[in-house]
Ligand binder design. Sequence first.
Ligand code: DSN
Length: 444
Amino acid sequence: MISQPHQYPTSYKPWSHLKTDDPEVYSHIEAELHRQRYSLEMIASENFVCQSILAGAGNPLTNKYAEGLPHKRYYGGCEHIDAIESLAISRACSLFSCHYANVQPHSGASANNAVFLALLQPGDRILGLDLSHGGHLTHGSPVNISGMYFQAHCYGVDPQTELLDYDIIRERAKEVQPQLIIAGASAYPRVMDFAAFANIAKEVGAYLLVDMAHIAGLVAAGLHPSPLPHAHVTTTTTHKTLRGPRGGMILWNDNSLSAKLNKGVFPGTQGGPLEHIIAMKATCFHLAHREEFQTLQQKTIKNAQAFATTLKEHGCHLVTGGTDNHLILLNLLHSNLTNHKDSNQVTGKDLEAALDQVHITTNKNTVPGEKRSPFVTSGVRFGSPALTSRGLLTQDFKLIAKWVAQILESLQNQKTHDTEPPCFASIRKQVKELCSKYPLYPEW
Ligand code: DSN
């Protein structure tokens, strides 16, 4: 593991007491730690926190109710909670160069809901990136509250380049006349032009919400342009590239929005804040100022690009042809690696399951022009943050990409499903060796 502020001298684990108090839960936690240790985690939205944050999240602040904001609480005894939450707010503002932050959202989805409640009326029009083009459920999907309580419209990527085309987005915005435009994605591998989004929002008189959850760590390190100078409101999670505890946050600059946004969180959509997690958000923002964090984010991009290049060398088609950030989206509709005319059509579900069998963890993902259901899909999404935090190098990412291509090719060539393709056993062994070379939380 890299970028760990402290190595603990003993093998004491924060969850050790559960061994006697609740052996059943203890054994599931141990099993999950074992899974994380002996698999290659390539889900683009996941990461491994440093030991300080992992251990620090189990702290006495979990015992405290603190509804309200620092120094304006509905409960007594909040003086230390106030100090910690104020620190988290000021560190968030300093890290992202903005004036205001609410660090209470339990997740990115909760942060987005709070913004919707603050800025919209039921039935208002919102415009976000199509889910199958890399958008997110909370940006207007019909199965999410954002698509049920608002009139949700979407824009897509250019069918040829698979890139965002700001002229097309402008046209959509003029047609739809939304009250809110959402920029941000969970499967878009390229830089987003937030200034262009802001211009479009201004032209149609809409608020601009940027959901930077996936790229927050890159933004903090100055490796992706920041949305903060452009968006009315920015939301994020804290646990993806940012490498903090699992949670969300809202950032903004215009004080006239402050009361609405804060009320959108509490009492609008949440109750008591998770102050033990807010303490670790503060630590995350502190660590993100360090040079090691910058280096980690640079390596995250470099490793993703090495992975993408190797997949392409093996004949894989990547959405947009590559990546500028931490994620790679493999398009299986155009990635035929075999010479056989009658090769199998491999779905995202098939490849995700096959990679699971060799302990490479990914997720099936829709791709632009998707015809299959979200449970099947024609793509697989990969990400570099977790393995980069674990210490894997560019050469390791190239090796993993080679294994992915071998597995895909063997699925495309497979004549019978009765036996496992021959390369699986050897790749599984090599995955185990690679995991052992980069131990995860070795003191535990
Ligand atoms: N579920 C996250 C992702 O995987 O991208 C987004 O919330």
